[in-house]
Write a protein that binds this ligand. Structure first.
Ligand SMILES: *Cc1c(COP(=O)(O)O)cnc(C)c1O
Length: 489
């Protein structure tokens, strides 16, 4: 039977503590060093527990969680790859972690050099002129990049360009960012194979087009082979091309968005460049631009002087500031450590390995799971549920059943092109043995669906909770201990 873990508030006993402050600084009856006007009048309502209680509390919580460090996590479009631990060690170096953002540049040369070198590395990996590392996440990078796009047209007096073309398969943040940037979203249809329909695009390209947002490989993991023609058409119409590089790993070292004709892009450092993510942890969404857009990038900028030193600069034409100071510096340190530890040659293997792993799973399962788009995929692909639909077992059931075998589920019911979408992305960091185990379990679930569909539909049976009321949780969330107690009255 599962033990009920008490909440930390239920463990609290008045006066119990798990720490001791230095007696010479803090008297037992008060904080002598802190001015009285800064002291609380009433003690905060925090749980009072021993060190052991705290250790068990956090260890038990972490055991309830599933992460890349606990098992295979093939969540398509999210690039849940292994994040080498040396990155964390580097990011916590006190020489960097202890810096203050307002300290003088002369005493923060190492940090500025890292910022500068990382933006140079991203520029050379993506074929664009320069990057800003200031945005905090992918969606924030999209917003920043679209502000560059708008600023570019406005600075040329071309005010009527307010339309952004977005494919119907785009990540949800694309149209959302365009709206927030004050631009109007126009959808372009995909062909049955998931790529952009050039014939559908042509009539949309008039003098109100600010640009197009794309990702390549696209959301179904296929490379847009018409990209050079699309780039040409959009540029001739006066628009700019925006590249969603959240998942750059399929291309890393092989193809560069700048060479495909893209003018602006963002990269998710917390997907492609190995920072743990999910659950709202800190991210970073650097934005790169082609040479003619460089001075529109947000302030502050980091530049290198002729004597080799680094300084903080601001540009007059810049769209302004999008973050406090320089963004999430710790994430940049992890990305930099990752790039340097792979090196110029090994980084070229990232894309091919991600591609090989995805194709291996796809080809090994396509007789039992329906593959709507044939052909070589890049880092991810989409199944449209089980091939045999007569069992009544859905994509949701398969996803839940995978949890019983210790695997995270793939992304499900996205993209919306298919009714039973199951989007699988193994990433480049998984071994052949792990891929084989996943394939074996996927085949076993397909077999169970035929022989005992009720078993699959009742899954998961080994997890903490089985079938939560997701709608109820979204509509009436219970987010605090007090709310929980009230709901139990
Ligand atoms: C994750 C992702 C984003 C958004 O990134 P966030 O850091 O979550 O804001 C945008 N586009 C694609 C394709 C993504 O996978």
């Amino acid at each position: 039977m599962k033990k009920y873990d008490k909440l930390i508030f239920e463990l609290s006993r008045p006066g119990r503590k798990g720490y001791q402050l230095p007696a010479d600084k803090f008297e037992t009856d008060g904080f002598t060093d802190i001015p009285s006007n800064l002291l609380r009048e009433k003690a905060p309502e925090l749980p009072e527990v021993s060190e052991l209680d705290v250790v068990r509390h956090y260890t038990n919580l972490s055991n309830k969680n599933f992460g890349v460090d606990t098992g295979f996590y093939p969540l398509g479009s999210c690039t849940m790859k292994y994040n080498p631990k040396i990155n964390e060690e580097i990011a916590s170096m006190p020489e960097f972690a202890g810096l203050h953002p307002l300290q003088d540049a002369s005493s923060a040369q190492g940090a500025l050099e890292l910022y500068y070198n990382l933006q140079q590395a991203l520029a050379s990996l993506s074929g664009l002129a320069e990057f800003t590392l200031n945005p905090y996440a992918g969606a924030h990078g999209e917003l920043t990049g679209l502000m560059v796009m708008r600023q570019y047209h406005n600075s040329r007096g071309d005010h009527k360009r307010t339309k952004v073309i977005v494919p119907d398969t785009a990540h949800g943040t694309n149209p959302a960012s365009a709206m927030v940037a004050g631009l109007e979203v126009v959808e372009v249809k995909s062909k049955p194979n998931g790529s952009i329909d050039v014939e559908d695009l042509k009539p949309l390209l008039d003098d109100t087009v600010a640009g197009i947002m794309m990702t390549n490989p696209n959301t179904v993991g296929m490379f847009e082979t018409d990209i050079l023609e699309i780039a040409d058409l959009v540029h001739k119409a006066g628009g700019l091309l925006y590249y969603d590089g959240a998942n750059l790993n399929p291309l890393l070292g092989k193809v560069r968005p700048g060479d495909m004709g893209f003018d602006i892009m963002h990269i998710n450092l917390h997907k492609t460049f190995s920072t743990p993510h999910g659950g709202g942890g800190p991210g970073s969404g650097p934005v790169g631009v082609a040479a003619h857009l460089v001075n529109l990038l947000p302030n502050p900028r980091v530049r290198k002087a002729e004597d080799g030193s680094f300084f903080v600069d601001t540009d007059k034409e810049s769209l302004g500031s999008v973050s406090t100071f320089f963004g999430n510096f710790g994430v940049m340190m992890k990305a930099y450590a990752y790039i340097l530890s792979l090196g110029r040659d090994n980084i070229k293997n990232v894309g091919p390995m991600a591609t090989l792993n995805a194709n291996y799973i796809k080809e090994s399962l396509k007789d039992v799971y329906k593959l709507p788009i044939e052909g070589v995929c890049k880092h991810e692909f989409v199944f449209d549920g089980l091939t045999d639909k007569s069992t009544g077992v859905t994509t949701l059931n398969v996803a839940k059943r995978l949890l019983d075998f210790g695997f995270h589920a793939p992304t499900i019911y996205f993209p919306l092109l298919f009714h039973e979408s199951m989007m699988i992305e193994p990433t480049e960091t998984e071994s052949l043995e792990t891929l084989d185990e996943f394939i074996e379990v996927m085949r076993r679930v397909a077999q169970e669906a035929k022989e005992n569909p009720e078993l699959v539909k009742s899954a998961p049976v080994t997890t903490e909770i089985s079938h939560p009321d997701e709608t109820g949780a979204a509509k009436n969330p219970i987010l605090s201990y007090k709310a929980l107690k009230d709901s139990q009255k």
